[in-house]
Design a protein around this ligand. Structure first.
Ligand code: SF4
Length: 74
């Protein structure tokens, strides 16, 4: 059972919180934006990925901690 992650990358302000709390899921790219490490699907606005149930806590921390509210985990 995987959690669904959606990340609205173009609106990232580069605070690095998600990459710090969940480094197996996000990395900062050369533009200073967080990038999902394992992207299963992508469109103009969102990157989509999957998270392990056992990582729910850190993924939720990234979701609730993102200052511009562009991470969804469900
Ligand atoms: S927490 Fe949000 S604003 Fe901060 S780096 Fe991650 S996606 Fe970007």
């Amino acid at each position: 059972m995987f959690l669904k992650i959606a990340h609205k990358k173009p609106e990232c302000i580069g605070c690095m919180l998600c990459a710090e709390v969940a480094p197996e899921y996000w990395v900062m790219d050369e533009d200073g934006e967080a990038q999902l490490i394992n992207v299963s699907r992508e469109d103009k606005t969102f990157q989509y990925g999957e998270g392990l149930e056992s990582d729910r806590k850190i993924l939720k921390e990234a979701e609730t901690g993102c200052p511009v509210n562009i991470i969804r985990v469900e």
